[in-house]
Design a protein. Structure first.
Length: 81
């Protein structure tokens, strides 16, 4: 029983850590490409910002879904009987 809970908590920590790592790297790359695109063509700044905000909103929704999955594993673990 304790082994299942320890494995669950380890996997939750790994999921959250990798999620934040990927989220940070992805936003950093996205920001650098936005700065590069606006630097090349400043007239399209509003279009680029709208597209980036759409991507960030979708990423935030995935972040919330991962947190919902983590809380599901924490409070209703199907493996722990």
């Amino acid at each position: 029983m304790e082994n299942i809970l320890v494995a669950t908590l380890n996997s939750i920590g790994l999921m959250i850590g990798l999620m934040f790592l990927g989220f940070g790297i992805g936003i950093g790359i996205l920001g650098s490409k936005v700065a590069e695109a606006v630097g090349r063509n400043p007239e399209t700044k509003s279009d680029i910002v709208h597209a980036v905000m759409t991507v960030l909103i979708i990423l935030a929704i995935f972040l919330l879904l991962l947190f919902a999955f983590v809380f599901l594993l924490l409070f209703y673990n199907p493996l722990a009987v």
